[in-house]
Design a protein around this ligand. Structure first.
Ligand code: PMP
Length: 308
């Protein structure tokens, strides 16, 4: 688990500091009212070419800016600043043969109810083992994703993870590793920290953001992969019962990657179905640098910044 590590360095406003120094004040809007937005970015050790590749960095930066804009949190960092910071932190922590998960968070550290908000960019990064995700059993939660007028799901903010946490607790008590959150209309929104991919009649289907899914960067990658492989891909509302009769199911996200589902609410699904298996294989080939696509941007860490 990423969060059980204590990496030596954290990056705060462009400066490397120690793990213990990385604190925020109890009276900050971030601590008191969860006023923060964040990203989860993945970097892969690419064994074949001895490179470390960071997937869709700009897309993550752009989503962070959109989240910040929607919560009125200032984000004075340009993409160039952001990229430099990500490279710097990874360079300080990288270990050969390990992947990394990088979490830039923009915390509101000053301000009252949206007045005079000031922010700090704090980046943490964690090592990840290079294991191919194994199939998981999932359930449908009794907890729901919020509606856009209450807590917009397209904002990647800490508050949206309260319900994910509740669903995970519920799932654990029922023996499931991941949970599906429905939306206010009883249709499928997403998983607790990933999106849903369903196969019906050979076509990959995923619920769109207006159904309560995050604007996922991995879903866009999967869509492009499907296109390249000649597989139909469609974004449309998905009903709960469709999941139960799906030919194949998976959840996908930056941290999750593409994870096959072997059962939903105790109903078995083939975790090695042919459609998502092809997608998964191509996904790992791309992120590990074994294949290239003009549609997927992977930034190579400049080797001069590494201590690997
Ligand atoms: N939904 C939620 C709630 C998430 O936390 C994530 C992970 N960021 C996703 C979906 C997948 O988004 P992405 O593919 O951009 O990582």
């Amino acid at each position: 688990m990423a969060t059980l590590q204590e990496p030596e360095f954290v990056l705060r406003n462009g400066e490397l500091i120690s793990w213990k120094e990385a604190t925020i004040h109890v009276d900050s809007p971030a601590a008191k009212r969860s006023v923060s937005v964040f990203e989860g970015i993945k970097g892969y050790w690419q064994r074949d070419n001895e490179q470390f590749g960071i997937v869709e960095l700009k897309k993550h930066y752009e989503r962070l800016r959109r989240s910040a804009k929607l919560l009125y949190i200032p984000c004075p960092w340009t993409f160039e600043d952001f990229q430099e910071d990500v490279f710097r932190l990874i360079g300080a922590l990288l270990t050969r043969e390990k992947d990394m998960w990088i979490r830039p968070t923009l915390f509101a550290v000053e301000g009252q109810w949206g007045l005079n908000t000031q922010s700090e960019m704090i980046m943490t990064a964690f090592h990840q083992d290079k294991a191919v995700p194994r199939p998981i059993k999932i359930g449908v939660s009794t907890w729901q994703r919020s509606i856009d007028a209450a807590l917009p799901c397209r904002i990647k903010t800490a508050s949206n993870y309260q319900v994910s946490r509740l669903a995970r607790i519920e799932g654990r008590s029922r023996g499931y590793e991941e949970m599906i959150l429905l939306n206010n209309w009883g249709r499928v929104a997403e998983a607790t920290g990933a999106c849903v991919l369903m196969v019906r009649d050979g076509q990959i289907v995923t619920p769109p953001p207006y159904e309560g899914a995050l604007e996922s960067i991995t879903v866009n990658i999967v869509e492009q992969i499907a296109r390249d492989l000649g597989i139909d891909f469609v974004r449309r509302p998905v009903e709960r019962t469709e999941l139960l009769i799906a030919e194949e199911l998976a959840v996908c996200g930056t941290l999750a990657e593409v994870v096959p589902v072997s059962a939903i609410d105790d109903m078995p699904v083939d975790p090695a179905g042919p459609v998502l298996e092809q997608v998964r294989k191509r996904f790992f080939d791309l992120v590990r640098g074994k294949a290239v696509s003009q549609h997927l941007e992977i930034a190579d860490l400049p080797l001069t910044t590494t201590t690997a």
